[in-house]
Design a protein. Structure first.
Length: 118
């Protein structure tokens, strides 16, 4: 099994970035994104069901971020638009049996760092 996030980098405020997560071995699982800013606890960002038909977002990213997945490629994505400096964090992908379980999952992958400059 593998959860490997990639695609982070440095972007100016108002810009866009797309993160990817290689999620092999998680067939029939919901997937999600969390982030952890310096000095803060890890927080939920978004989640998507196995079918892709259901999604959930944190209020802080709703309308700006879009989660998606490609089951054929065992991949999940996070399109981040209108980025703000407060979006700066290490982003992690996560897995769980359902979207509801994602909120309390302990199944994490390696993160990717996103820095948004003002």
């Amino acid at each position: 099994v593998q959860l490997q996030a990639s695609g982070g980098g440095l972007v100016q405020a108002g810009g866009s970035l797309k993160l990817s997560c290689a999620a092999s071995g998680y067939d029939y699982y919901a997937l999600g994104w969390f982030r952890q800013a310096p000095g803060k606890e890890r927080e939920f960002v978004a989640a998507i069901s196995w079918s892709g038909g259901s999604t959930a977002y944190a209020d802080s990213v709703k309308g700006r971020f879009t989660i998606s997945r490609d089951r054929a490629k065992n991949a999940m994505y996070l399109q981040m638009d209108s980025l703000k400096p407060e979006d700066t964090a290490v982003y992690y992908c996560a897995a769980g049996p359902t979207i509801a379980s994602i909120y309390r999952t302990e199944t994490w992958g390696q993160g990717t760092k996103v820095t948004v400059s003002s």
